[in-house]
Each structure stands twice: as structure tokens, then as C-alpha cells.
Design a protein around this ligand. Structure first.
Ligand SMILES: [Zn+2]
Length: 130
């Protein structure tokens, strides 16, 4: 992953931190979750993500005329550069392909879309960062 400061491929996710889920630019109040790779396996982090994603779909399915789900951002600001670059505290990057496998995340979203009767048409977004 590329560091925004030194532009080397030296960015890695911290051992622990917070992940935010933003869908169609909407954020559920409790849509964030903690991860801690010292105590958790990546599968456990993924399971937590699945639970949170389901909470979002439950909530979103109660909207009147919900627009189709097109944009998903699963982001964290808990990264570090192995060269020790300082970052702005508000730097956020996608954890897809870093901590959560992108294809499996998409599958979860599609499955939840069917379960909650919501249309899902994911855009092929740059890298889903904000
Ligand atoms: Zn750097």
C-alpha cells in the first residue's frame, strides 16, 4: 500500500484500531468497530464486519424508497508507514485488500442486499478512500 507522504509502498495497517463503514455516504452511529490483531484473527475481524454490515442493512431497509447501494467505504485511519512518516490525524484509507478481502466483502454486501430486499449495484470506485 502506498504511503501518501513518501509515496513508497510502505504503508501498513496498525495492529489495532477502528474501522468505519460508510455506505452511500451514510454512516450508522454504531457502524464503527474495533479490531485488534493481537487478540483477533483476520476471520474474527471479518465476522465483526459482517455483523456491522447487517446492522446497516437492517437500518437502511427501513428507509422509504432507499436508493440503491452503490458505494461502500470501509476505512480506517490506523495505518503506519514503515519509514515512519507522520500523517495527518484525519487520514483515512480503505482496509479492503488490506485487512478485509475485497471479493468476500462484496459477496456479503450482495447477500445482505437480497436478504433485505435492497438493490445493490456497486460502482467500481477508485480505491474507495475519502
Ligand atoms: Zn511514508
Amino acid at each position: 500500500m502506498y504511503c501518501p507522504t513518501c509515496l513508497n509502498d510502505s504503508l501498513q495497517i496498525n495492529k489495532s484500531g477502528i474501522i468505519n463503514i460508510i455506505i452511500n455516504s451514510k454512516k450508522l452511529d454504531n457502524g464503527r468497530f474495533l479490531f485488534n490483531l493481537v487478540d483477533q484473527t483476520e476471520e474474527q475481524v471479518f465476522e465483526t464486519f459482517e455483523d456491522k454490515a447487517e446492522d446497516f442493512f437492517k437500518w437502511y431497509s427501513k428507509f422509504q424508497n432507499p436508493s440503491k447501494i452503490q458505494r461502500i467505504q470501509i476505512i480506517s485511519s490506523n495505518f503506519n508507514c514503515t519509514s515512519g512518516c507522520p500523517f495527518k490525524a484525519n487520514m483515512k484509507k480503505s482496509v479492503l485488500g488490506v485487512l478485509l478481502p475485497e471479493e468476500e466483502v462484496k459477496e456479503v454486501i450482495l447477500t445482505l442486499g437480497e436478504k433485505y430486499n435492497l438493490e445493490v449495484e456497486l460502482l467500481d470506485d477508485e480505491d474507495n478512500t475519502i
